[in-house]
Every structure is written in C-alpha cells, then in structure tokens.
Design a protein around this ligand. Structure first.
Ligand SMILES: [Ca+2]
Ligand SMILES: [Ca+2]
Length: 254
C-alpha cells in the first residue's frame, strides 16, 4: 500500500504539471504555440481560438479537408439521443463526421437540453450552455478521451489544437486537457476557474504542427449524477459539464 507521504508527493507532482510546469522543461515535449483561456464572457476567447485553428468550418464533410477546423456544439444531436446515456461515442465520426471518437471509463455519454436539471433540479442553477442550448458530459465518470480519425473513416488522424468550453469550474485543477501524441503526453493544461459574473470557462491549446492524436478531458472532480450536488451547493466535489469542442482539421498521422 502506498504511504500517505507517497500519495502527497504524487498529488504535489500532479498539481505542478497541471499548473503548466509540465512542458517546456522536457526538450522532447514541444511547447504549445498558443494557449487561449477565458472566463465570464468567453466569446472573445473562443473567437481568438477559432482564428488560431483557421477557416473554413468544415461541418460534416467526409474525408480530411486541406485546411480549416471542425466544431461540435451538441445542439444538432437528435432528441432520441438527448437527456439519456445513449449518445454513441462514434456519433461524430459516423452519423455527423467531425473526425473524432469519444470513449470513457464511465457508463457512456449524455447530451442535455436542460443543463442536466433532469438529473437534479439544483443543476439548473449551476450549469450553463455556450451555444444554445445543448451541453455534454460523460456518464458515470469525470474522464473521457477524444481520439482523432480521418473524418468518416477509421484511419488514425492528428490535429494541431483542441479547445473546450467548460461550465461551472469552481476550483483550480478541476477541468484539465491532457494532450497526447505518438510518443506520449504533450502536457496537461488547466481551464481557468469561472468568474463571478458567469458560469463558463474556455481552454484551447494549439501546437505548431499536427502532433495531437488524443486528448484526455477531465471535467470536474467527480461524475455528474442524479441527486448530486456541486461544491458550490454544499456538495463534496466540484462538478463541471462541457459545451463546444473546437479543433483543427484531423489529418492522417504521418
Ligand atoms: Ca451547445
Ligand atoms: Ca462546479
């Protein structure tokens, strides 16, 4: 069994990496070209990251396009996959291709049109959407992976940058993006704590070239579940949900 001291050392190391000390110190791990963050009114931060990723928006086109970006706002997900745990992890590579496949150690994924107030009425006061009005979360876990594919295909692909809108980040180190390439981790990056004025936070990270094959998303300190309570409402854990995902065009890994 690990000692308490060992666990404390592990926790301290994890916190240091999450604060951004994990990149730039290892010459084998490239420093990102851009890290874009925002809280409160995140419109400007999202617009800035869209510029970093480039135009056009490639929608649901099959196959890798020569340039531009893909976006997921969840708002077009059909009703039969909304407010339940039936959302398929490959939806955005098969039914509406964006070149990304999701997985989670939890039960599945939930798309919500009510900021998950159907799970607990208190959530209506905690969470918010960015693009009206559907949001997203893993079910039964606070962790998920986004693996990139040639859109509508099965070949592994890579991107340069990836960003997520988070809702209700109350504590540091509650919402994390960890980027992976062929050689392993490219660094962990922390979304900023929400402002007093609004529920939303944004984090987008872009590297110089398409070296990102997977992003591990940690959304909150615990799974959002029926009967749960956020730390701001007397609960034990900081709960967080997600809205828009943005990433540059997935292209085949070279
Ligand atoms: Ca949305
Ligand atoms: Ca929270």
């Amino acid at each position: 069994m690990r000692s308490v001291r060992t666990l404390l050392i592990i926790a301290a190391a994890a916190a240091a990496v999450a604060c951004g000390d994990g990149y730039g110190t290892n010459p084998d791990v490239p420093t990102p070209a851009r890290v874009v963050t925002g809280t409160g009114d995140i419109t400007g931060a999202v617009a800035e990251f869209r510029t970093v990723l480039g135009d056009p928006v490639n929608g649901g086109a099959a196959g890798s396009q020569p340039a531009g970006r893909r976006e997921i706002g969840w708002d077009g997900v059909p009703a039969d996959l909304t407010n339940n745990e039936l959302f398929p992890g490959d939806f955005f590579n098969t039914r509406a291709p964006r070149g990304v496949v999701f997985s989670t150690p939890g039960n599945g994924f939930r798309v919500s049109d009510n900021n998950v107030a159907d799970l607990d009425p208190s959530f209506a006061q905690e969470f918010a959407f960015f693009s009206p009005r559907k949001t997203f979360l893993a079910a039964g876990s606070n962790v998920m992976d986004a693996d990139f594919r040639v859109p509508a295909g099965s070949d592994p692909a890579a991107v340069r940058g990836f960003g997520v809108v988070f809702a209700d980040v109350d504590r540091p180190n509650s919402a994390i993006l960890e980027f992976f390439g062929r050689e392993g981790s490219l660094g962990r990056f922390e979304a900023p704590v929400r402002s007093a004025a609004g529920s939303l936070s944004f984090l987008g990270v872009a590297f110089e070239s398409k070296i990102v094959t997977r992003v591990r998303i940690t959304s909150g300190r615990a799974a959002v579940a029926a009967g749960g309570r956020d730390i701001s409402s007397g609960g034990a854990n900081d709960l967080v949900i997600m809205d828009d995902f943005l990433f540059d065009e997935p292209q085949v890994v070279r």
